[in-house]
Design a protein around this ligand. Structure first.
Ligand SMILES: O=C(O)CCC(=O)C(=O)O
Ligand SMILES: [Fe+2]
Length: 341
């Protein structure tokens, strides 16, 4: 019998309910629609009302998805010692770990975090006065060469979708189509493989605790088990996102919320676990370079609609967030609300 340690147990108000609501669901958008004005309008509406939507006919070959899903299963079924050989640590955010914390409660999951680029430059410290930077690369398990190949091929494909979405988001905000593209010339994008083993007490713990994604946008592939829940803006209820074969779930990250000066919202979400089935998901976090200064876009602020956020440096933001994910801290983890004016 697997034990559920105290560090996994959530305070009562944040525990998942035994029954989830799945009647109403997040919008489903067909990306093969050729009229980009129509697409942008649909995406704008989804970003405003839900902060989440699913896409079909996205162009990512299903073979590519099957390959990364299969490599991920193989990776997590490797002996623990082999996984630990590619562990992340307090400074290097890329690698394996089984003790992620969200809001200082441990998540019931194992993770492999990968830099989407061959390497990523990040600050080594969350402290603002420390300006040291370091280049971090991926560690791959030697017994599973297909994992690296699968991740690299997946990145090429999802990045095309991410750029297309960022263009549609720009259009929907009434901006030039390529207004946001330059932010992604240098990236700190990340691929996260999530593995949620069956949990004997699924109503006391979560696979991923409630959180908002900090970057620009997230593209998520969930398997057919289901468990992702999104907080509905109208009433604060948690809504189960129905798995759809070969679809990707897209969500607005904090950065788009800030750029849009709150027109679009980065919405809280979480992943539940269940006592019978294991569950896998793969997230692609589309993020700009560490040196990016994030603030409401000039075109979207005015005298009547003044900026609602102070600017901040993305590198320091993500490093502070990573630090809180790595271990339990006694301070609240960084949120964009900290920058609210
Ligand atoms: O596994 C999931 O469905 C969600 C994971 C997630 O939200 C994340 O990794 O940021
Ligand atoms: Fe997330």
């Amino acid at each position: 019998m697997v034990e559920v340690g105290r560090e996994f147990i959530l305070p009562p108000e944040h525990r998942p309910k035994p029954e989830t609501i799945d009647a109403d669901n997040i919008p489903l958008i067909d990306l093969s629609e050729r009229d980009s004005e129509i697409l942008a309008a649909e995406i704008g509406k989804a970003c405003k009302n839900w902060g989440f939507f699913q896409v079909i006919n996205h162009g990512v070959p299903s073979k590519c998805r099957e390959k990364i899903e299969s490599a991920s299963r193989k990776f997590f079924s490797l002996p623990k010692e082999e996984k630990k050989e590619v562990s992340r640590d307090e400074i290097n955010p890329y690698g394996y770990y089984d003790s992620e914390h969200t809001k200082n409660v441990r998540d019931w999951k194992e993770i492999l975090d990968c830099s989407a680029q061959s390497s990523t430059i990040l600050p080594t410290s969350h402290l603002l006065h420390d300006t040291e930077l370091k280049e971090f690369g991926n560690k791959w398990p030697t017994s599973l060469p297909e994992l690296r190949e699968a991740v690299e091929e997946f990145v090429v494909e999802v990045e095309k979708v991410a750029l297309k979405l960022v263009e549609l988001v720009a259009m929907s905000l009434g901006l030039r189509r390529d207004r946001l593209n330059a932010y992604f010339n240098d990236q700190s994008s990340r691929v996260k493989l999530n593995y949620y083993p069956p949990c004997p007490l699924p109503h006391l713990a979560l696979g991923t605790g409630r959180h908002k994604d900090g970057g620009a946008l997230t593209i998520l592939a969930q398997d057919s088990v289901g468990g992702l829940e999104v907080k509905r803006q109208t009433d604060g209820e948690w809504i189960l996102v129905k798995p759809i074969d070969d679809a990707y779930i897209i969500n607005v990250g904090d950065m788009i919320q800030v750029w849009s000066n709150d027109k679009y919202k980065s919405i809280e979400h979480r992943a539940t676990v269940n006592s019978e089935k294991e569950r896998f998901s793969i997230a692609f976090f589309f993020n700009p370079a560490h040196y990016t200064w994030v603030e409401p876009l000039d075109e979207l602020v005015s005298e009547e609609n003044p900026p609602r956020y102070r600017g901040y440096n993305w590198g320091k933001f993500i490093v502070t967030r990573n630090r809180g994910n790595f271990k339990k801290l006694h301070v609240k983890n960084i949120q964009i609300s900290d920058f609210r004016i």
